[in-house]
Design a protein around this ligand. Structure first.
Ligand SMILES: *Cc1c(COP(=O)(O)O)cnc(C)c1O
Length: 391
């Protein structure tokens, strides 16, 4: 028997809800609730991607990405890939390292570990500097590894989404420069929320995606770097055809095109989301997001809930990891929140079942956060182990 579905399965019938909620407040770090203007942009135009309208769209998108990253548009540029954030990460890890050279990947959580797995597929000389999840990077250990292996590329995550920790990009950049390595930063979950000065930090490439802090739909990813860095890829053999980063750059520069069919509606929506960020002001937007994150932390404290990270470590403005009281079952808690229309994620790996994450990117405001914590208070009371069986 097929399980219940909100979508009609009969041919010719339109999609309609059958006892299912149509939408949720997404307090998870992607997907996010999008601004109505972003949703409208998705279907606002119909044109072919081999037409001049698309070429104009791609130009504007590439420029706006550099503007939102607050970089010099004469030196920096970007490429847009159809594929989630992992596509951008894999394009860099398959295209940037010199053949036969070491790649050093720094890990302190789920997403660093994913970079290590991707790099290992493409680069046999991948060396992983492992840390426990949510543990700040040990820069002495990083330097020691660079001194021994002399990698062509160092890869790290800026905002480790599995905990909320921000890693020290500028400090690693200084070490990479000292040992003659390029630096790749996974900025998928921090772009447009937590600042990095890529130029000052000596970052060669940074990846990001459409469906997180920038506030559009998932399905596109972007790589930012200098023209010089993108051109330099031409001298290094790629290990991927579809995700050949140099090819994306050349197609964009020479033809104002993508090598394969792009997801044009998603690009229209992303263009609108970037436009909204620029209208608000990048710095103002970051301050607003930080204010929302602080509000989450204050509401958690009021309920007597502790956060995973100590106040002394740098935390993102994207999300807060909140420890669940020992006697509360995560799955019951998650379901209780869903009944009220709120979607949150739990912990992964060592934090599985022990915490929940509240992300405040996308269409979220202070009132929604307050309403959410009212529901959290009730859900915790309701889900205390033992309470239910008594009732
Ligand atoms: C979400 C995320 C990714 C990419 O995930 P996709 O599912 O491919 O979009 C990569 N790195 C970080 C830090 C992330 O938060």
């Amino acid at each position: 028997m097929p399980s219940a579905t909100p979508f009609s399965t009969s041919v010719g019938a339109s999609i309609g809800p059958a006892g299912f909620r149509r939408s949720f407040h997404l307090l998870c770090p992607g997907p996010v609730n999008v601004d109505p203007r972003v949703a409208q942009a998705l279907t606002a135009f119909a044109f072919g991607h081999r037409e001049e309208e698309f070429e104009a769209l791609l130009d504007v998108l590439r420029e706006r990405i550099v503007q939102v990253a607050t970089l010099d548009p004469k030196r920096y540029t970007s490429v847009v890939l159809t594929g989630s954030g992992t596509a951008a990460n894999e394009s860099v890890l398959a295209s940037a390292p010199g053949l036969g050279r070491a790649v050093v990947v720094l890990t302190n959580g789920e997403f660093g570990e994913r970079l290590a797995r991707i790099s290992t597929v493409h680069n046999p000389g991948t060396v992983v500097v492992e840390h426990a999840w949510a543990q700040p990077l040990d820069l002495a250990k990083v330097e020691e590894t660079l001194a021994i292996h002399r990698p062509s590329l160092v890869a790290m995550v800026h905002h480790e989404t599995s905990s909320g920790l921000l890693n020290p990009v500028a400090a690693v950049g200084a070490l990479a420069r000292k040992y003659g390595a390029q630096l790749f930063v996974d900025g998928v979950s921090s772009f447009s929320a937590d600042p990095i000065d890529l130029d000052a930090a000596g970052v060669t490439f940074m990846s990001t995606s459409s469906g997180k802090a920038i506030g559009s739909f998932p399905g596109l990813s972007m790589v930012i770097g200098t023209h010089e860095a993108f051109r330099g890829l031409g001298h290094r053999p790629t290990r991927s055809h579809y995700l050949d980063l140099h090819r994306f750059y050349e197609f964009a520069e020479i033809h104002r095109q993508t090598p394969n069919t792009p997801a044009v509606p998603l690009m229209l929506a992303l263009n609108e989301a970037l436009g909204l960020a620029l209208e608000e002001g990048v710095r103002e937007r970051m301050q607003r997001l930080q204010g929302l994150a602080h509000r989450v932390r204050a509401r958690a404290r009021e309920l007597g809930l502790a956060t995973l990270l100590e106040a002394s470590v740098p935390q993102s403005s994207v999300l807060t990891s909140i420890l669940l009281p020992d006697d509360v079952d995560f799955e019951a808690f998650r379901q209780a929140l869903r009944v009220h229309g709120f979607v949150i994620y739990g912990g992964k790996g060592p934090f599985s079942g022990k915490m929940f994450q509240v992300s405040t990117i996308g269409e979220v405001d202070g009132d929604l956060i307050d309403a959410f914590f009212e529901v959290v208070r009730e859900a915790i009371a309701e889900c205390r182990v033992g309470r239910r069986s008594v009732a």
